[in-house]
Design a protein around this ligand. Structure first.
Ligand SMILES: [Zn+2]
Length: 219
């Protein structure tokens, strides 16, 4: 079983379990055969709709097929006011903590804030940093505070910081994702198994164990 921890468009593949990310406007996509994360992406934080979005997330996140909150997070490269992003992020962290569901995090140039919030909120639930692209020091700090790191297309960019971190990090903190990039989850696992010189079967087992640690034994 391959696990695709973050993707926005549903696809059918018998050997793949995917965690489909949906936005508050997409709750009609939730069906009892699938698994979902629901959250407000920092790009779409809007003063006028924020309260309603948070209310929808609060309500939908109770559904047992919704396994995680997110993607949510912080992005310093966009025009959405940072204070509003922080507000929306913190509200979603509260929902996640109440329901004891992990959080899928989008982070662009805001790793320091993510780490300080992690310390401040002192949450027991795991945070999964998707599309991770930072250096070793940040990765170590995140892992120290029970965060996981998810890799996808970055594994094909061998001079990226993310690739450098992946080469040596503990595999019990790893997830893989496609995030609608066009690369398949099989390609990501294959590449990872090559880089870490680990047989694909063992790698699949490891990621499955990571999944069970975060979400319980659903597989
Ligand atoms: Zn995404």
């Amino acid at each position: 079983m391959f696990i695709d921890i973050h993707v926005h468009n549903h696809y059918e593949d018998k050997g793949v379990m995917l965690l489909l990310n949906i936005f508050p406007g997409d709750t009609d996509k939730i069906n009892p055969d699938g698994y979902y994360s629901i959250g407000l992406h920092p790009w779409y934080v809007n003063e006028e709709t924020l309260d309603n979005d948070i209310a929808v997330i609060t309500q939908s996140a109770v559904n047992p097929n919704v396994l995680a909150i997110g993607e949510t997070g912080l992005d310093k490269k966009i025009d959405v006011p940072y204070m509003k992003q922080l507000q929306a992020f913190e509200q979603q962290l509260d929902i996640a903590e109440k329901l004891k569901k992990p959080v899928i995090i989008h982070c662009v140039k805001a790793y320091d804030d993510i780490i300080s919030l992690r310390k401040k909120f002192n949450q027991s639930i795991p945070w999964i940093i998707h599309w991770f692209n930072a250096g070793e020091q940040i990765a170590n700090e995140l892992m120290k505070y029970n965060c996981y790191i998810s890799y996808g297309q970055m594994l094909f960019k061998e001079n990226s910081k993310a690739f450098g971190v992946f080469k040596n990090m503990p595999l019990d903190r790893v997830f893989f994702e496609t995030d609608d990039t066009g690369v398949s989850i099989l390609q990501v696992y294959d590449k990872a198994s090559l880089v870490r010189k680990m047989p694909l079967g063992n790698l699949k087992k490891q990621i499955k164990n990571n999944f069970i640690s975060c979400f319980g034994d659903l597989l």
